[in-house]
Design a protein around this ligand. Sequence first.
Ligand code: FAD
Ligand code: SF4
Length: 508
Amino acid sequence: MTVLVLGDQLVREVGPIAERPDERVLMIEARAFAHRLPYHPHKLTLVFSAMRHFRDKLRAAGRQVEYRQAETFGEGLASHFEAHPGDELAVMRPASHGAARRLRELIEREDGSVDVVDNSLFLCSRADFDTWIDNRSTPYRHEEFYRFMRRETDYLMDGDRPVGGTWNFDQENREFPGPEHEPPDPPRFSPDDLTRDVAEWVDETFDGSYDGPPYGGDWADPESFRWPVTREDALAMLDGFVEERLVAFGPYQDAMLDGEWAMNHALLSPALNLGLLRPAEAVEAVIAAGESDPDIPLNSVEGFVRQIIGWREFVRHVYRTTMPGLADANQLDADADLPEWYWTGETDMACLSDTIASVRERGYSHHVQRLMLLSNFALLYGVDPRQLNRWFHAGYVDAYHWVTTPNVVEMGSYGAGVFATKPYAASANYVSRMSDYCPDCPYDPDETTGDGACPFNALYWDFLDRNEIDLRRNPRMALMYSYLDDADSQAIRDRVRTLRRMEKDGEL
Ligand code: FAD
Ligand code: SF4
């Protein structure tokens, strides 16, 4: 019997590894996946370094670990079964669609067997979600799921009532900071020798990662890597968030400031998605801080809890129950190519240039930048959601198919209409209200047509116009369509034609 630990299940406290403390552990470091997409080097460094640190920590704790490096996962398994014929493996269910079935097939091909158990890195089990959704008249409503999860977990509950008298403080979480607000610097985890070796190996082995020449970049410099690769670092990241940034997390959750790539966000998704941190510990640390520190407002605590026990769990189950269709969903028939500057960051649009610079530098941008800038622009421009999904998947350190796909294809691109009740489409008005980008931008957020008008504006009206058959009947879009009726549609079409030509000529 062997416990199989997958690369995004680096947890010792729960699951088969905790339940079978005397069993051998198998880890397979397969590299073929890393050639399939032009991954950001920091993503690859993070995954491989975290795996190797986990191996070393286990060994130091006295566990027998067989760490097999192979080209493919199948080859790693074959060498395991050569050494241990007929072995039985125990593993937590992988989050990726079809991965459990493929794993079973590979193991049975080697005459082994496998016990796939529930994945303890999520709070809501498959069975609980399936029962919940079976009892819904309107399926896939996040707010209802979130309330269900609050009751199930008893987080922020006062008996059967939500603490503070309301479930959701979203209205209080749309503030824009004054000039005195300076988000504290987030912790940076300097790479140790192991991480430096991995970063150099990634640079040599996956040359051309992310976008490669001619874009250059100093990602290969191991010192530029900043993410936690061990549980200790992940816990330090959580502490840093709770102590310094949680207090203003709620109010400024939707705000964007030029050059402030982290704002007051937690930066915990890379660690959570690798298993270095469990969702329950993050939520419980935040709730405890809210209870003991009167300066931390309830809207910050509740806002964070909702992201973790609500959105994160929700998108995981949306993905699980709507794949494989979700990955190719494209209900608006968007077929434009992703602009090249998503890779290079070479655009005059100040908001997108700053956001893409952050992705290029560290494989991260915060949620509002992902949704209201990067996805919003692609949505308005009519980019094929599969191309956008591929870009997010390659560029972000926290990207895994189970979480990127529902966020990009459904939330960002309105690809399937599973849980999004309308597209997250917005003009420059939104960006101008929620950021400080526009004053320094060569484009004018108040203009829709004519040279120098902000591209978001004409593209926004053109998006409504192009998708009228699908969207006008949506009651949540009625107001915007009433404005469209008064717009100068010829001038808008002309402006959009110019913008598309500028994009082709690299002038946008
Ligand atoms: P915070 O803003 O501090 O939020 C705290 C935590 O809540 C996050 O760490 C994350 O675990 C969870 N969370 C919040 N919103 C979501 C959500 N919509 N889906 C899942 N978890 C959520 N998240 C990823 O983990 N990987 C991705 O590849 C990813 N791609 C995205 C692509 C798009 C287009 C959009 C709109 C969102 C995407 N998200 C993704 C969700 C969210 O943007 C990130 O989880 C968040 O920005 C991570 O940064 P943070 O830890 O500072 O988050
Ligand atoms: Fe972005 Fe338009 Fe504002 Fe420029 S003017 S920063 S492109 S929203």
